[in-house]
Design a protein around this ligand. Structure first.
Ligand SMILES: Nc1ncnc2c1ncn2[C@@H]1O[C@H](COP(=O)(O)OP(=O)(O)OP(=O)(O)O)[C@@H](O)[C@H]1O
Ligand SMILES: [Mg+2]
Length: 346
């Protein structure tokens, strides 16, 4: 397996050499929110790649810009006060941000599809789940209603909905939260996408159902080779599911690496804070090490490193200049002291 990522140093993109054309390449993506006539930056200079069959996890606290990043990739920001201000999104050789709406719609579904954060707001309550799955199949595959229903049933069986032949005619409110999330996954898989984006697919579920849904996503990936972007605020979930991780803080990727290296090397103090706040499975700790302080407001970002007000290692340099560090080809950290901090206890 070859892992590829990229971050930028000013305008220069650092990217390890890749033999393969990535399926998705995001280059210097900037997103801003229109607010009282001003553009407020919310995602800043984001670059990363996803290869076919790879699972990239994007992790970060609430408000770090995870959903906006993938909504921009999916082209779903139009009509909102949020817009892409610069950057490129290459998918399967096409520059997505330059496509017309019709061109973009034609690659959604069988090119890329998305499982949304809230299944209840994404499923239409007045249509049966089978009809909702069939709609996507018929739109992209131009098949008969009968063929689409057969495919919808297969998909419901694939995502392990019990008694799928009855459930296909049920409405969303007749399903449990976990089953609704499985229906969302079935809809996203309807046209065998090359890239599946799952935005917090398990947030609303209890721990057991969460594990089942994550296992299902991993199983589907093994069967189909679909590339996956999995978004979560829970680094534990990402570690179980993904082979590559990008950690976001205040709209930037502050660290990206293979999952293995991320846990071995303790690169960025923020990632370290996230790791230390994962509850251990086999010990009775009374207190978890929560990261002190709060995420700064978007309109009051600190000078220098965005994390410095919360960082116990911060020094004068951190309060003056935005940092970048490259530990090696596969491990990039936005911290002035990444080399010195590696492997040290916090
Ligand atoms: N339509 C919108 N209008 C104004 N501000 C928005 C809009 N959508 C998102 N934002 C703001 O942009 C920032 C990033 O939002 P985003 O939804 O990407 O966060 P997130 O990392 O996905 O968080 P969460 O983990 O809570 O889902 C937040 O501060 C949010 O309030
Ligand atoms: Mg979100």
């Amino acid at each position: 397996m070859r892992y590829v990522t990229a971050l930028t140093l000013g305008s220069r993109m650092i990217s390890p050499v890749s033999d393969n054309q990535p399926l998705l390449r995001v280059e210097n993506l900037c997103i801003a929110i229109q607010n009282a006539g001003q553009l407020q930056p919310v995602v800043r200079d984001l670059s990363f790649e996803v290869q076919a069959s790879q699972t990239l996890g994007i992790v970060g606290e609430s408000g770090s810009g995870k959903s906006l990043t993938v909504l921009a990739i999916m082209g779903l920001l139009s009509g909102s006060p949020v817009r892409v201000t610069s950057g490129k999104v290459w998918f399967d050789g096409k520059d997505l941000l330059q496509l017309s709406d019709a061109e973009r719609r034609s690659i959604m579904g069988d090119g890329m599809s998305m499982i949304f954060q809230e299944p209840m707001t994404s499923l239409n309550p007045v249509y049966k789940i089978g009809d909702q799955i069939m709609e996507g199949i018929r739109h992209h595959q131009h098949c008969s209603a009968k063929e689409a229903r057969t495919r919808a049933l297969q998909l419901l069986e694939k995502v392990k909905i019990p008694d799928a032949s009855t459930r296909i005619d049920h409405y969303p409110h007749q399903l449990s939260g976990g089953q609704r999330q499985r229906v969302m996954i079935a809809m996203a898989l309807a046209c065998d996408p090359l890239l599946l984006i799952a935005d917090e697919p398990t947030t609303a579920l209890d721990v057991t159902v969460q594990k089942e849904v994550l296992d299902l996503i991993a199983e589907i990936q093994q069967d189909t080779g679909t590339a996956i972007i999995l978004i979560s605020h829970d680094l534990g979930v990402i570690a179980q599911t993904c082979n590559f991780v990008a950690v976001m803080y205040c709209g930037e990727i502050v660290e990206s690496s293979t999952t293995e290296k991320l846990f071995q090397r303790l690169g960025h103090p923020y990632t370290r804070g996230l790791i230390e706040s994962i509850p251990p499975l086999h010990s009775d700790v009374e207190w978890l090490n929560a990261i002190p302080g709060q995420v700064p407001a978007l309109n009051a970002l600190p000078v220098g490193c965005s994390y410095q007000p919360r960082c116990s290692h911060a020094q004068a340099q951190c309060r003056q200049n935005p940092p970048v560090a490259l530990l090696d080809d596969e491990h990039i950290v936005r911290c002035h002291f990444a080399q010195q901090l590696q492997g040290r206890a916090s």
